[in-house]
Design a protein around this ligand. Sequence first.
Ligand code: PGA
Length: 230
Amino acid sequence: MKKTFVVANWKMNPLTLEEAKQLFNAVEGGMEGLKNSEVVICPPFVYLSAFKPQALELKLGAQNCYSQEKGAFTGEISPNMLKDLGCQYVIIGHSERRKYQKETDEIVNEKIKAALKANLKPILCIDNIDQIKKDLEDLSQQDLENLMVAYEPIWAIGTGKACGIPEAKETNLSVKEILGENIPTLYGGSVNSQNAEGYIKEAGFQGLLIGGASLKPEEFIEIIRRVDLI
Ligand code: PGA
């Protein structure tokens, strides 16, 4: 049975370390008895060193990394630093970074390569199929098997207008046609406890990438529980 991945993208929240710890502990406390899930919390960089997951099913991820290992890059964070802090995953190419930080497909491609080199598992976010070829250019089959792809239609992010299941399913199938069946695909965009199951059961995704609902521990735990045994 394949694992289901539930990834929390906290974005630039919460505002204090104390609140971040409370949120992390609340989620970890609600994970007892999970059978088949891997939950990944991606907090802002500055909170990463405060979190040491105890539950086996809980992993740490980051929301971004730089494309170089080290050197004179003021303000940037190396994938190797993230690895050293216990991260196993890193979100790359989120549409908010493409929009506000002007990240291009070339930059995303460099970051994916740097993350893989540091032994992090990239979670590549795409909003359309065309991005896949550009973002994953020059990657070996082995590299491809070490990443995940999250389909996140821009209009569905943070809007409460989640993508319809048939449309999400169609994109999922197109991603799998290009990359093969073994690469885990996630859906993201206004996921909540009411719509979560459909993306796994009907649209065939292997996981979810969750923004807003991941900041509400009860709702987030409810999502994890609903998709745990599908
Ligand atoms: P949302 O965000 O769940 O708040 O729509 C998803 C994301 O941006 O990853």
